[in-house]
Design a protein around this ligand. Sequence first.
Ligand code: ZN
Length: 429
Amino acid sequence: MLKPDLSQTEDLAALIDASPSPRLACKEVARRLTEAGFHEIHDRDSWDNIEGGWFVRRAGSLHAGFEPASMDKTRGFRLLGAHTDSPNLRLKPKPDSGRVGYRQLGIEVYGGALLNSWLDRDLGLSGTVWLDGDNQPSPLDFHLDEPLLRVPQLAIHLHRELRTEGLKLNAQTHMTPVFGLGKQKEGDFQEWLCERLDIDPKSALSFEIMTHDLTPSRLTGPNREFLSAPRLDNLLSTWAATMSLLNCAKKDLERATVITLFDHEEVGSSSRSGAQGPHLRHILERLILQRGGNREDYLRALADSVCVSADMAHAVHPNYADKHDPHHQVAINAGPVIKVNQNMRYASEGETQALFEQACRTAEVPFQKWSMRSDLACGSTIGPLTAMNLGIGVVDVGCPQLAMHSAREFAGSADPGWMVAAMTTFCQN
Ligand code: ZN
């Protein structure tokens, strides 16, 4: 069995801490790819003669690949897919609000966040300000790792029914963060942010802003067996796909590897940068065209392609073990999980499962198989959408974790490196 390498997990923690928003996750991935000699290409430019490493960004999504020299026009792709977004609290367009002497910022909950996990945490801000450019708005990404916001809990003395009814949180009335003291006035926050970022308030057009917990990611437990971090779903897979692509670029492969890091998975993927959008199939078609191929060659290449869709899996929870099928419990630090659902909420089929299993065996990585309790509704991933969009075989896999969709998630420190080894080997076959 491949020995776990915790330095890889520390590198994953660094990527997570640099990536509080999908756009910043793409920026960090782009930074790593650029350092390795990949070059950025743009949708609006001509894609003639792409060779070696390339990447293309669209808002909070990033696609990248390594195109070996003089590739056969009909040679298929090995795709590694993940998503860059995670549930969180995002600011409304006119956030200034407040009551009883507090300045507050109005938020909307993004995705299926565990709201309780956002209480009593020091929160920072990140996102993008769109500035008035010469011909079109230009984005300014920012990342403030400072304790600026807080959603304080109600004291138990003022909340007697908590013991009998449990915690019930209303997203509109209970989750508004405190920002400061004094009277709020519309436009105050925008003014403050522009000053903080040193930009002229008159040049700021629109904002996309979200909050993040400031506690740094870290390896925990007596033997550092755990990884405690935000956004493991799904920056762990984003990281694993990126590192696998970098590994593949160093080998002399006979196929093009492509990673596809979508935004908006947590809210249904229906956007121009989401898995329901056309971006990936446009990119793949353009890759074949720049090889000198035609549409027939593109369709032949698709028929020769296969995708690993990586998203997190539910490890068995010691306090809720009965929430899992007793024969399909998956454990932390026991290797990548192959996810199977007969109703195709996961895209894994016998053939694609076999391909991933083969890769794990070759890489000497342990693996596990997961199926949901039959009386519970199953989540989904970008896997089925990619299978539907491209008509290619997909296997849904992921590292096991606890506390999915919490502001602070929990996984094993050995699994991330094993996922990279399995994905890298998958792309070589
Ligand atoms: Zn996910």
